[in-house]
Write a protein of this length. Structure first.
Length: 77
């Protein structure tokens, strides 16, 4: 099946992404990997009006091993 229509957003920063999500509210879904959302959209079990793709902001993909605990960002592959 083909998903319904939606508006795609690709923010360039975490601040822009959070502002978009705050403004769009429940009409928006976050797209990071798409392994669960895209199949639901294809089956029309999910039909968001807006997709906010958070893969662009580099601030979410990091591995830090400085003095202290190992920190891994949410979008680290």
């Amino acid at each position: 099946m083909i998903p319904g229509t939606f508006e795609y957003h690709s923010p360039s920063s975490v601040a822009e992404a959070t502002a978009l999500l705050a403004r769009l509210g429940d009409d928006a879904k976050v797209l990071s990997g798409g392994q669960s959302l895209i199949p639901l959209m294809k089956l029309r079990l999910a039909a968001p009006k807006h997709l906010v793709d958070i893969n662009s902001p580099p601030a979410l993909a990091y591995v830090l091993a400085d003095d202290g605990p190992l920190r891994i960002g949410g979008l680290t592959r």
